[in-house]
Design a protein. Structure first.
Length: 197
């Protein structure tokens, strides 16, 4: 399986992205050398696609599959794409505060710590539906790791489209988010323009 090993802060600086969207509270003091240069229309579209792929930890082929699926759905393709990305299991686990970063959320899911509707799911790209109950496995709750995670994420606000009981390590997805509820700084219309060429 391919793994993105690019240093997070370096990639954030290149894409003009705040590390907080990935769960990191670090800041980079350096500035991007190409910050003032004019970027072509294609360059802008490509940067938005790279931003979305980097934030959600999705590689090119699965990302294109998400785009094609969003295109077949009713409604606007760009909004559908963002909803699909946001309803991935690793993203939902991160939003619920059961992981400090998106990468950690992916690892938590991959190590079989997460139950969806009472069944163990270890696929980070598993798509969550409205009404699904996500919880951390009973055996894993006592681990020191989760006590540390709760300490860090205690003050984090979770989105209005989910109910979370942090003490019980349990959360329910009330409904799928609309584009207004997703606070990711990506202009999805540029991604649609890029793929529809």
């Amino acid at each position: 399986m391919a793994v993105n090993r690019v240093p997070v802060l370096k990639r954030c600086r290149t894409l003009g992205l705040e590390p907080s969207y990935l769960g990191y509270d670090k800041k980079s003091n350096r500035t991007n050398a190409r910050a003032g240069k004019k970027v072509s229309e294609y360059g802008l579209q490509l940067r938005e696609k790279q931003k979305a792929k980097f934030i959600y930890g999705v590689l090119e082929k699965p990302f294109r599959n998400y785009y094609e699926k969003a295109d077949r759905m009713k409604g606007q393709t760009g909004e559908n794409l963002m909803v699909l990305l946001e309803s991935r299991l690793d993203s939902v686990v991160f939003r619920m505060g059961f992981a400090r970063t998106r990468r950690e959320a992916r690892q938590v899911v991959g190590h079989k710590h997460v139950l969806v509707n009472g069944k163990c799911v270890n696929i980070p790209s598993y798509l969550i539906k409205a009404g699904d109950v996500i919880e951390i496995r009973e055996k894993s709750r006592s681990l020191q790791r989760y006590k540390d995670i709760l300490e860090v994420t205690a003050g984090r606000l979770y989105p209005e489209w989910m109910d979370v009981d942090k003490e019980a390590f349990k959360g329910t997805v009330k409904n799928l988010p609309s584009r207004e509820m997703i606070d990711v700084p990506v202009d999805e219309m540029l991604i649609v323009e890029l793929y529809s060429k």
